[in-house]
Design a protein around this ligand. Sequence first.
Ligand code: ADP
Ligand code: MG
Length: 260
Amino acid sequence: MEEEINQETVAEPQSKVDETQLRLAARKRRRSSIVVTQKVTKIYGRGVTRVSALKAVSLRVRKGEFIAVLGPSGSGKTTLLNMIGALDRPTAGRVFIDGIETSSVPENRLYQIRRNKLGFIFQTYYLVPTLSALQNVLMPVLPVKGSDRYYRRAERLLKMMGLKGRMHHKPGELSGGEQQRVAIARALILNPGVILADEPTGNLDSKTGAEIIQLMHWLNKKRGKTFIIVTHDRRIADSAERVFYLRDGRLSRIPIEADG
Ligand code: ADP
Ligand code: MG
């Protein structure tokens, strides 16, 4: 009898603590969401050319996560990144970056958010062919007065990417993997928390692709960068913390057949 009572008096505050801890943990998880999409829909065109590229896509990514979104060609991967990256606006739904609702921020302020919070990597690198690797890395901060600090940072980043001896080479004088590493350094120049990558290994051979994947994981682990990667590349999905699948504009956690 006495034992029972004791157990109860012990058990009750214990469960209260558990509840409070669960609530706090839940709040913490909400707080540290760095990218959130709420029922994001994107419709291109109208009438016969109307395309529903995204259908009510809801996604929540926490700081420091490494997320892969897999989907066949035309499934809406680039559109999703454009929405998250505030490069284009959703037809409906909301997008939050680090707590800021970008889908309702005026265009003239979006630029600042893109610049400070997001880094972009693309399948075809988008380097300026007439500029050196170093100048390409500096592109996002030019023209800026007193850019000495950035110049040194750009050099450091290129060294970090293993391109110490390639700083003054132009993109045409670099291999695909080297060009992508220049593009990654460029994405990092303003020290964003989130890197958005659109098929970053799509143009690379298997070995070079694997190196780029490794590099992204290193940046995730050692530099705390959050990665959202849309891709065909199974290896990215296999090494990601969480994998989502896009099919015809719908996002799910359920794998799709290997059809893309
Ligand atoms: P993915 O990157 O997975 O290949 P996209 O996001 O590029 O897919 O495209 C999703 C769908 O939206 C496709 O059917 C594509 O044709 C269409 N689409 C993409 N961009 C536009 C655009 N600017 N105007 C009209 N339709 C578009
Ligand atoms: Mg695409």
